[in-house]
Design a protein around this ligand. Structure first.
Ligand code: HEC
Ligand code: HEC
Ligand code: HEC
Ligand code: HEC
Ligand code: HEC
Ligand code: HEC
Length: 418
């Protein structure tokens, strides 16, 4: 790059502009490092600690040295596929950890590199104590917003005009000293026009960079808002899925049975809790305190086992919140699509507090619709439709099973947006 001299006032802009550009670029690299942590928390932290502790899966400290990078890519992206190829190392890892399948992770090699880099940084920062980092609310960092960029552009333009004026005053003063004719004063727009026409390439470049940043800022703020992956708000009663669905093995459908026949999975009413808690009056961790809150809501007397008139609802805090303009239907996915709750909600039987496992972004829905094949065989929902299909399509749909949700129209805007 040329050494910038400040003789020409416009060179000052160049200097300032390169400085700002450099700033925004360096903040992008910083962001790349943070991404590793974010990705880890989004995809891996529900099962792995970044240190040595075992959660659902083993602690990941040191895996970057323990295995070949290529092997890690394959393992993380689809461990069961790797095991199926007969890969000895994969089989041994699988057997070592009680044959629990690690689900395929929707991450790219670049994202895996970022995660492994984060694990390294984490291990160096905390070499001895392995702390389990609980996933907290991931509020998307929007970076430099479109508005900030627009502001900078406007400031630049004002600066250009001002510096033109200063330049004019100097030339005018010189002209007067030399006894020459006064130069013509330029108006604001002329000043701007002159600067631009004298530095066409620079301004064209500036324009392109600003547009790109603008587009990125706009895109990020449109699609980044409302991403609350890992969100786990405090609840009015310390209800634990780990204790109920995990330790005591209560089926999801016992409490969320509407998931299989209606749009919403629903939160169970306190009356359902009473099927068991009429008798189970003390818990292992909180004694009578938390279960007592169910009784308070129902105005229930645990001694006489009678209900009073002053009943009030339990105000559970909703964990998952899709925007109003999105249509999502549980039964379509659970009953017809035959997708397990865990696929979208993670290992719920290990949660002590309800939390949001998936991103719940449009990309998340659409990626799955692109990848997932529709389960048509033995699916009552499709029988009637199939009877109307031409023979060759029937073969493709039923025997080959190669139709993805997106091929059936699952990525059409109107399917998900009212
Ligand atoms: C739903 C739980 C779950 C999630 C999410 C998960 N894993 Fe795993 N992972 C496991 C289990 C369980 C094992 C143990 C191996 C087995 O039983 O197949 C494992 C094993 C591993 C291993 C081998 C560790 C060793 O010491 O041999 C690596 C590496 C790994 N996971 C990386 C990741 C990364 C990176 C992510 C996030 C992108 C991730 N996992 C997400 C459950 C999970
Ligand atoms: C004993 C009843 C019970 C069982 C069994 C149960 N849940 Fe729940 N579930 C609840 C209650 C109560 C809440 C609300 C409190 C909370 O969010 O933790 C809840 C909340 C949830 C939420 C978050 C809802 C929101 O606010 O967005 C999900 C997801 C969920 N359960 C999935 C499951 C899955 C999957 C299973 C099976 C592995 C399961 N539940 C088993 C009672 C139950
Ligand atoms: C199918 C039976 C069943 C249902 C339904 C049920 N629970 Fe439980 N609950 C249990 C069992 C079993 C325990 C553990 C008792 C023990 O280990 O001593 C428990 C314990 C608890 C505890 C005590 C936690 C502690 O560590 O002190 C709370 C709080 C609780 N349940 C809340 C609820 C709520 C709220 C509902 C309704 C949404 C509910 N339960 C529905 C079976 C049930
Ligand atoms: C294809 C992904 C997917 C599957 C499979 C799935 N859910 Fe959900 N679940 C969601 C989404 C998305 C939301 C948020 C819905 C909203 O805000 O309107 C949600 C919300 C919930 C809620 C909060 C209450 C509600 O209805 O909004 C509960 C409870 C729940 N799911 C339980 C379950 C259970 C139990 C299963 C398995 C029987 C299950 N889910 C299967 C994606 C899924
Ligand atoms: C884990 C994979 C998965 C995820 C995640 C998922 N879906 Fe689906 N979705 C399916 C499958 C499989 C079907 C097809 C079910 C069937 O056979 O009708 C489907 C079908 C649908 C349909 C009906 C499409 C049609 O052509 O009739 C809608 C609408 C839909 N999904 C909305 C959503 C929304 C909104 C989200 C995100 C909040 C979402 N889905 C996330 C797997 C998924
Ligand atoms: C499979 C379901 C699905 C399909 C198909 C889909 N969307 Fe979305 N869309 C979503 C979900 C879920 C969100 C909410 C994402 C969030 O809150 O982060 C969303 C959000 C959006 C938003 C952002 C609004 C906001 O609140 O920030 C726009 C714009 C949008 N969709 C447009 C489209 C267009 C255009 C199409 C067709 C090309 C389309 N969508 C198809 C599920 C879908």
């Amino acid at each position: 790059m040329n050494v910038i001299s400040f003789k020409k006032p416009t060179n000052i802009f160049l200097g300032l502009f390169s400085f700002l550009l450099a700033m925004s670029l360096s903040s992008t690299t910083l962001q790349a490092q943070e991404d590793g942590e974010k990705l880890f928390k989004s995809y891996c932290a529900s099962c792995h600690s970044p240190g040595a502790n075992q959660l659902v899966g083993p602690g990941l400290a040191g895996v970057y040295d323990k295995y070949e990078r290529e092997w890690l890519y394959k393992w993380i992206k689809n461990s069961s596929a790797l095991i199926a190829t007969g890969d000895a190392q994969a089989i041994s890892v699988y057997e070592q950890y009680n044959k629990v399948i690690m689900p395929a992770q929707p991450v790219t090699n670049v994202q895996i590199d970022a995660i492994l880099d984060y694990l390294k940084v984490y291990a160096e920062a905390a070499p001895v104590v392995a702390v389990v980092v609980p996933p907290t609310v991931v509020v998307e960092d929007e970076g430099m917003s479109g508005y900030a960029i627009a502001g900078i552009v406007v400031l630049f333009l004002i600066l250009i005009i001002l510096l033109r004026k200063v330049q004019y005053i100097f030339t005018a003063a010189k002209a007067r000293e030399a006894g020459e004719d006064m130069p013509e004063e330029t108006t604001m727009t002329q000043a701007l026009g002159l600067t631009i026409s004298q530095n066409k390439t620079i301004f064209a470049l500036m324009g392109i960079v600003c547009l790109a940043l603008f587009a990125k800022g706009g895109w990020d703020s449109a699609f980044g808002v409302g991403v609350y992956q890992g969100y786990e708000p405090e609840q009015p009663i310390k209800f634990s899925h780990e204790l109920h669905a995990g330790t005591n093995g209560i089926d999801c459908n016992y409490c969320h049975n509407s998931a299989s026949y209606s749009k919403s999975a629903g939160i169970p009413s306190p009356n359902l809790c009473m099927n068991c808690h009429t008798y189970i009056q003390e818990g292992p961790q909180y004694g009578k305190e938390e279960i007592g809150k169910i009784y308070a809501a129902l105005d229930f007397d645990p001694v006489t086992k009678t209900y009073g008139p002053n009943q009030k609802p339990i105000k559970w805090v909703k964990v998952h919140n899709l925007p109003d303009h999105v249509y999502f239907n549980h039964s379509q996915h659970v009953a017809i699509g035959k997708i397990a709750c865990e696929k979208c909600h993670g290992p719920v039987e290990t949660y002590t507090v309800g939390k949001q496992y998936a991103e719940l972004t449009m990309g998340w829905c659409i990626n799955c619709h692109r990848e997932t094949k529709v389960q048509m065989a033995d699916n009552g929902y499709y029988d009637e439709i199939h009877n109307r299909l031409p023979e060759e399509l029937k073969k493709q749909y039923l025997e080959d099973g190669t139709i993805t949700v997106s091929e059936l129209g699952g990525i059409e805007c109107a399917k998900c947006h009212y």
